[in-house]
Design a protein around this ligand. Structure first.
Ligand code: 4SX
Ligand code: FE2
Length: 347
């Protein structure tokens, strides 16, 4: 068995959007991402603390889709390691020359065993880090890309694929016989990738981190002031899983973007996995708020390496059903023993 490539973190995503001007309004004018490069048909964006060329590529196309999720590996030799590893996996593997994606060096692209278009790269153009260019920051400034979240029909299989690739499991949502969701990391945060059970493969969201909560709240205020409040889908709130403060937005094409802050350190080798009961109402909103149905149901189409939509498969069990209504079952720890008591359906 060939060793897996040494992945360091989730690094950039490439989204296909149907209207670049509308996407520019959302990502640059509202969210304040920095434009590293712009060309006819594409925008290359980064957040304030990032020095690589981009963490988001927006490419004009006929239908909204995910074109690539890219992981950075520890060095150039790890790009070769990725090529060797996936050659044994019976999935499409392609070596792509430097510059195939503007700003990115030689890379390997695969359609991973879960169906996603994934890139591994090391070399990338450096740009100026705007961390202390406070005069250029917006009050809702995004600091860096934090994670990807993908929808897969079989979370257990997907979890096993990612742990074999060397990812640690920080948190899960499960019951006695089913795994509904899992959060996995390479960098020392709660996750680089989350697996959400559902019709997949599809992209659930990509998340950017801010330094603090007030920046997330400001995005809500900006959207309200602009009469563009319909871009807010879920939150703001506190996640149970990850403990992060969050907000979910939908971009003009329906791609979901999360703004996220204040999760915790996971870098010790014995970092314990936190396992949430699917019936615990605090798992997805620590304050017990219901999750809007669109958040469970809707996600972005993913493309194969030739740009064709990947067909989707339904899961055996759905979290939105297991938890009744959107989230109608509650578990109150400490009442009736450690497992708590089921409260029944709450509206
Ligand atoms: O909805 S969850 O609280 O389970 C959650 C969703 C936690 C962390 C995330 O990044 C997320 O997207
Ligand atoms: Fe997330």
């Amino acid at each position: 068995m060939t060793n897996p490539p040494d992945v360091i973190r989730s690094a950039y995503a490439e989204l296909v959007v149907t209207d670049l001007a509308a996407a520019r309004w959302f990502y640059v004018d509202v969210l304040g991402l920095i434009v590293t490069a712009e060309e006819p048909g594409a925008l290359y964006l980064r957040a304030c603390e990032e020095y690589l060329h981009h963490s988001l590529v927006l490419r004009k196309g006929d239908a909204p889709a995910l074109a690539a999720l890219a992981y950075r590996v520890r060095g150039p030799r790890e790009v070769d390691a990725a090529e060797r590893y996936y050659a044994e996996h019976d999935v499409p593997v392609r070596r792509v020359p430097a510059g195939t994606t503007r700003g990115i060096g030689e890379a390997v692209r695969i359609q991973d065993p879960l169906g996603f278009p994934v890139e591994f790269f090391y070399h990338a153009e450096h740009t100026e880090r705007f961390t202390q260019h406070y005069h250029l920051h917006r009050a809702n400034a995004l600091a860096r890309l934090d994670h990807f979240n993908v929808v897969v029909p079989d979370v257990r299989t997907a979890r096993n694929y990612y742990t074999a690739l060397g990812f640690g499991v920080s948190e899960t949502i499960e019951d006695e016989d089913h795994l509904y969701a899992a959060w996995l990391y390479r960098k020392q945060t709660v996750h680089d990738i989350a697996l959400t059970g559902g019709d997949g493969p599809r992209l659930h969201h990509i998340a950017f981190a801010t330094q603090e909560r007030s920046q997330i709240l400001h995005t809500c205020d900006v959207l309200g002031a602009l009469r563009r409040e319909h871009h807010i889908e879920r939150g703001p709130g506190r996640h149970g899983v990850s403990n992060a403060f969050y907000l979910y937005l939908r971009d003009p094409d329906g791609h979901r973007i999360e703004i996220y802050t204040s999760d915790y350190y996971t870098g010790d080798p014995d970092n314990p996995t936190i396992r949430w009961d699917v019936r615990d109402n605090r798992r997805r909103s620590f304050w017990g708020h219901q999750v809007v149905p669109s958040w469970y149901a809707e996600a972005s189409t993913v493309l194969d390496l030739d740009g064709r939509p990947v067909p989707i498969t339904a899961p055996a069990k759905r979290e939105s059903v297991a938890s009744i209504g959107a989230d109608g079952f509650g578990v109150v720890p400490g009442e009736n023993g450690a497992e708590g008591v089921k409260l029944g359906h709450q509206v």
